[in-house]
Design a protein around this ligand. Structure first.
Ligand code: NAP
Length: 329
């Protein structure tokens, strides 16, 4: 079994002064030293980041800021310059990068690029933890998990629910699925990137949640842009409208919480607002939009779904009933 890179760093013998995971209170990150003068990097696990686009650079920067000895590699080598200036080690090849890190993070454009890079370096993955933060489908994640297991690596697939400036912020969710044991072992290092959320052993779940949540984001953006165009037609600035829109989303989140229970129970009591009532309300939105020359395709879709539910005899149910329309396509 491979010795951990942390042990290789210091020997791990009785004379070793390295302490595992010094608490932030003991660490001066800017100096890379503990307050009592010990070198903290000797007790931080080594990490590798492959892919230094906007996201990969942010990930490597967050590891460096947390004091992890960080090795980087990118197809276009110049993108490593800024990180090298902050203390990152440049690897000359993907295999060298993989061998330098106990934890190997890859974040490139797509899974085709992941395989293009890692397949020739597969022998180096034995005993490593591979964390793939590249966006893809659940099927690609499951296939890559099986491939990594065949190379002797433990695998985590991830979904970064942030843009690069949010990396390193504890409020940013990073979804993980695959080896829960690997996540537990490396939670401290991965916390440097954001709040790690463990979705369990099915490697496809992080991608599944990620794509679903992005769909939710686009729907919210669409509704917000439509509403902003509507009020904007009467001279309301987007920045005037936004605080009310954000406050309204908080209330909407509460409705979702209630409706999630109804969906799981398969029972949609219309005891807060019925589809019948909302079908009338969406006509007001369509009317106001038409008068102002606003594109009405989004509310027309909502009206169509509601009208179908009413025609099927479900007008007295809650809005959660429309899950059936999505399930049936
Ligand atoms: P980006 O800035 O365009 O960087 C793309 C990276 O992929 C670069 O390092 C690029 O290398 C590399 N790459 C592309 N094709 C390659 C190939 N055939 N072989 C080797 N390397 C290749 O994109 P990004 O924003 O960092 O996104 C990276 C991943 O993170 C994507 O899967 C994206 O969906 C995901 N993500 C991004 C965000 C975000 O807000 N940006 C948020 C969540 C998730 P070169 O530098 O040599 O071109």
């Amino acid at each position: 079994m491979r010795r951990s890179v942390r042990q290789e760093f210091c020997g791990g013998g009785q004379s070793c002064h390295c302490r595992p995971f010094p608490s932030p209170a003991n660490v001066d990150l800017a100096q890379g030293t503990a307050k009592n003068g010990e070198l903290t990097h000797m007790s931080r696990e080594t990490v590798t980041v492959i892919g230094l686009g906007q996201m990969g650079s942010a990930l490597a920067g967050a590891f460096l800021a947390a004091g992890h000895p960080t090795t980087v590699w990118n197809r276009t080598p110049g993108k490593a310059d800024a990180l090298a200036a902050k203390g990152a080690t440049r690897a000359q090849s993907v295999a060298e990068a993989v061998e330098a890190g106990e934890l190997v993070v890859v974040c490139v454009l797509d899974y085709a690029a992941v395989h293009e890079l890692l397949d020739p370096a597969a022998a180096s993955l034995d005993g490593r933890v591979l964390v793939n933060l590249t966006s893809g489908s659940p099927e690609q994640a499951r296939e890559t998990a099986a491939w990594a297991a065949g190379q002797g690596a433990r695998y985590l697939d991830g979904g970064i629910m942030s843009t690069p400036p949010g990396v390193g912020n504890p409020a940013s969710m990073i979804l993980y699925s695959g080896s829960s044991e690997a996540l537990a072992t490396h939670r401290e290092a991965l916390t440097a990137l954001g709040d790690p959320v463990d979705l369990g052993e099915d490697a496809g779940l992080a991608s599944l949640y990620d794509t679903g949540l992005l769909g939710l984001m686009w729907s919210v953006f669409g509704g917000w842009l439509h509403a902003t165009a509507l009020v904007g037609a009467d001279g309301v600035a987007a920045s005037t409208f936004a605080p009310l829109a954000i406050r309204w989303l908080t209330a909407v989140a509460g409705f979702m919480d209630t409706y999630a229970g109804q969906i799981d129970a398969g029972h949609y009591p219309g005891d807060d607002a019925t589809i019948d009532v909302q079908l009338v309300a969406v006509e007001h939105l369509l009317h106001a939009g038409r008068d102002r020359g606003i594109d009405g395709r989004l509310p027309e879709l909502h009206r169509e779904l509601m009208a179908r539910a009413v025609a099927d005899g479900h007008g007295g149910d809650s809005y959660a009933r429309l899950i059936e329309a999505f399930r049936k396509g």
